[in-house]
Design a protein around this ligand. Sequence first.
Ligand code: GDP
Ligand code: ZN
Length: 457
Amino acid sequence: MDFDTIAAVATPLGEGGIAIIRVSGSDAIAAVDKIFKGRQKLSTVDSHTINYGHLIDENGETLEEVMVSVMRAPRTFTREDVVEVNCHGGIVSVKRVLDLVLAQGVRMAEPGEFTKRAFLNGRIDLSQAEAVIDLIRAKTDRAMKVALNQVQGKLSKLIGKLRQQLLELMAHIEVTIDYPEHDVDEVTRTLLSEKSRWVQGEIEKLLSTAKQGKILREGLATVIVGRPNVGKSSLLNSLLQEVKAIVTDVPGTTRDIIEEYVNVRGVPLRLVDTAGIRETEDIVERIGVEKSREMLGKADLVLLVLNFGEELEDEDRNLLAVVKPMNAIVIVNKTDLPQKIDMEEVRRLAGDLPLVTISVKEEEGIEQLEEVIASLFFSGSVQSDDLTYVSNSRHIQLLQEAYRTIGEAIEAVENGLPVDMVAFDIRRTWELLGEVVGDAVSDDLIDQIFSQFCLGK
Ligand code: GDP
Ligand code: ZN
């Protein structure tokens, strides 16, 4: 495909030491050549070399000392000719260099346009491109590794394998339909049902990673509840300090959201604003048991804090009842104070919920709390960073739909329905899986996906 030549600043804007202006397209080398003065013309240098020189403006003045990388198609990120100008990182000089490049008939890239070209030029598929977004936004190392696996095409490969199987089945059915005198025999039916079941099983496995994948990607919506003064704010601060708050700033997006994340052993906790407060007190008294259950039910994790130095009150008991069916951890704080709380009663009311005693003041038990949080969400599962997680809502939706349609195929086969009905469901499954990797997706969807990127990616 042939596109115009685009440019953008590829490094975060700010007072960094070095900035990179990336130019991609068939005119990339010629455009930068017009303003570059070095030992050699860029049009004559070898591909994948870095070249020292100066940028010269329209008046022949030397503007900047630069290093220019020249990478010729197709062995580049976009599969087009790519030139990267490394210059000093100050905002003023970066802007000057970018303006000079743009004055050479190069267009300013839209957010995500480089990655979009890599996709459109066939270097990566859609799920890989989407993973680049995740990579940029990854909140913990573990989330980063998962995204990286996807960028490297692990999910794509798996999907490809499943689609291959479905394709073979489709071919098989085709043959049977073409020779109707050979009615679908038992062998074919058995084969269809076995292979379809295998595909369904694989989709199910993928879907089973979705919950963890989504958590890694989006963070665990967390609310801290408890009576006034039990130490919710203190716990929050301690978690924030201990493991460093990760403030993610997603520049270049329309939302420009700033959210706070706490990294607990690789699990990103997103401290959510439930009805305007992320620590909630007097919640039962204020809105009643049912309502608070509904409200807290939206959280992925509830931390209920009690006070070791005071007797249990009815509000504590109410809260325990509310969070009992949830993903909750009961935390008894202030163990440094003389005990007034009846731990037997707490244990009884907490039922199966994990129970942790801590003292925020003495910094005791916090480690154990973190361990409980991590194990709650990665329990039993092998904590392998190699796992292919499905984390993207679009993928999850498609996989759920594919799980359903292959299920219908299996049902049709096993109930002895005509084979063309089976073929229909198998074909639909094949298409749905194709949408995950970007086979046959609409331009609108592509635009929408790529518009989530930052500038310069
Ligand atoms: P919140 O109303 O639940 O948010 O409670 P705060 O975090 O504001 O804490 C209430 C009071 O309890 C503050 O004076 C804290 O310093 C104190 N506090 C918090 N954690 C502990 C603890 O572990 N031990 C003791 N002795 N005091 C604590
Ligand atoms: Zn508070």
